[in-house]
Ligand binder design. Structure first.
Ligand SMILES: [Zn+2]
Length: 477
């Protein structure tokens, strides 16, 4: 018998609960889950007849984390692009090899990404799925998301065609009619970028989104790709709607931030991505003063990790780093950090829920959907002392500390092990995809793609001659 069979109430006992209502922390608190909802939160709750219990003492109970921008299909290429720039990414996926991906390859990437998210306590992911060049690819993406017990938003995209073309194709409408049927675990958005052409060729795609009543998510403020022009065009044509998610928003002017703030959009910050790909500086330090809602995202596992602990950590680091740097340039010293640990935990949970329009996610309170994470690892020397729970989540915890995960009231991970998920099947799928891609590309192109040329440079002349240390002129910069 499954210890956590459907319908059996579940109680998380004695944890440190982060309800995500301001900086509130509830110690030695129980959380009761009945069906797909949280039904009670408090100390010493009476368990209903037959309830399963999970000992949360010494651990942190927080809402499931929400990633608002991840290209899940690319997880099949995990780590391949670790040394890429954005230019190399565009060449590889958009121009050269993205079109090799078959429906089963999209399925393989999505399945692995979906499982990986659950393992890391990410209970909702917006799948920024821009490899859907045929309806079969789209069906494969949706099949994969519905084959794993997490919560997903399929953000439908296709980098191989202009958005005005694929969004107005009958097959696209047909897909939406067939597959987007109100399943609480599968939301829907439309994903495309606005390139700044003054004739605004993206207008028909925005009209389709409006007609379907779905939100648009768009890579905005990406150095060399999308700019203030795209934002201005959206604004002037009346398509900056509440619910729009502006991904990165890293190289935009204050004027664009004003337009986003005024029209009810939010920004999805992918700090790990922005820090190494080159979209622009991770923008939280700038957008904080515009009052724009923020959520966090990981972008793609072709480069980076797929867990929001990294997102929280790097976002705090990038924001504070910039604040210090700006102050030093003026000869000043920052004595009090503006961005706090609880704020990034908020962005990783409640911020994500707000971005996707789900008020029933991202907080812990009676009536909310039971998407929950228990961070607890008694065997780890990092698990105590637990003095500052928000700081602990942001700077101390990692995916290996995710003890239990619930989605929609269902236990999908317990005692650090995934529940009811066959990793071997996912591995076999990904292996087939890698074999196929390697075969199509050839070994040389495969190796070259993974190992871009390293720029050369010279070590500076040094006026000091104390030792020969670092005198090697071919030193890699
Ligand atoms: Zn992206």
């Amino acid at each position: 018998m499954n210890e956590f069979e459907a319908g059996r109430p579940l109680i998380l006992r004695g944890g440190t609960v982060l309800p995500m209502e301001g900086r509130e922390v509830l110690t030695s608190t129980d959380v009761l889950v009945t069906g797909d909802r949280i039904t009670a939160v408090g100390p010493g709750l009476e368990a209903p007849e037959g309830a399963a219990e999970i000992d949360a003492t010494g651990g942190i109970v927080m809402p499931g984390m929400i990633d608002t921008h991840r290209h899940m299909w690319q997880t099949a290429m995990r780590g391949y692009g670790a040394d890429w720039t954005l230019t190399q990414y565009f060449v590889w996926y958009y121009l050269e090899y993205g079109k090799l991906f078959r429906p089963e390859d999209v399925h393989a990437g999505n399945t692995l990404a979906a499982i990986e998210a659950l393992d890391a306590g990410v209970t909702t992911v917006v799948d920024w799925s821009h490899g859907l060049r045929t309806p079969d690819h789209a069906d494969a993406a949706a099949d994969a998301l519905q084959g794993v017990p997490g919560r997903y938003v399929l953000a439908y995209g296709n980098i191989q065609q202009p958005p005005a073309e694929w969004t107005t194709a009958p097959e696209f409408r047909d897909f939406v009619r067939r597959r987007i049927t109100g399943d609480d675990l599968l939301g829907f958005q439309i994903a495309f970028d606005v390139l700044g052409d003054p004739s605004f060729p993206e207008q028909p795609a925005f009209e389709v989104a409006r007609d379907l009543g779905v939100s648009v998510t768009t890579h905005a403020g990406v150095w060399g790709a999308t700019s203030d022009d795209g934002i201005r065009l959206m604004y002037e044509h009346g398509f900056m709607s509440p619910g729009a998610i502006y991904v990165h928003a890293a190289s935009l002017s204050a004027d664009s931030y004003h337009r986003i703030a005024a029209t009810g959009g939010s920004i999805s910050v992918s700090t790990e991505s922005e820090q190494s790909a080159g979209q622009g500086y991770p923008p939280t330090w700038a957008v904080r003063s515009h009052g724009i809602p923020v959520s966090l995202s990981m972008d793609t596992s072709v480069w980076w990790s797929g867990d929001l602990f990294s997102a929280m950590r790097t976002t705090l680091g990038a924001d504070r780093s910039r604040e210090h740097l700006e102050a030093h340039a003026k000869g000043e010293t920052v004595t009090h950090a503006a961005l706090r640990a609880d704020q990034v935990v908020d962005w990783a949970t409640r911020g994500g829920a707000q971005a996707i329009g789900r008020d029933d996610l991202g907080t812990i309170a009676p009536g909310q959907k039971a998407d929950l994470v228990l961070i607890k690892n008694d065997a780890s020397p990092v698990s105590f002392p637990l003095l500052n729970p928000f700081g602990h989540v942001a700077f101390q915890a990692q995916r290996g500390d995710v003890h239990t995960v619930l989605v929609n009231g269902r236990v999908v991970k317990h005692e650090h092990r995934l529940v009811g998920i066959d990793l071997a099947v996912a591995r076999a799928q990904v292996d087939r995809t890698i074999d196929y891609l390697k075969g199509e590309m050839g070994q040389e192109a495969w190796d070259k793609g993974m190992n871009p040329d390293i720029p050369t440079g010279e070590v500076l002349d040094n006026p000091y001659t104390y030792t020969d240390y670092r005198s090697d002129k071919t030193h890699r910069l």
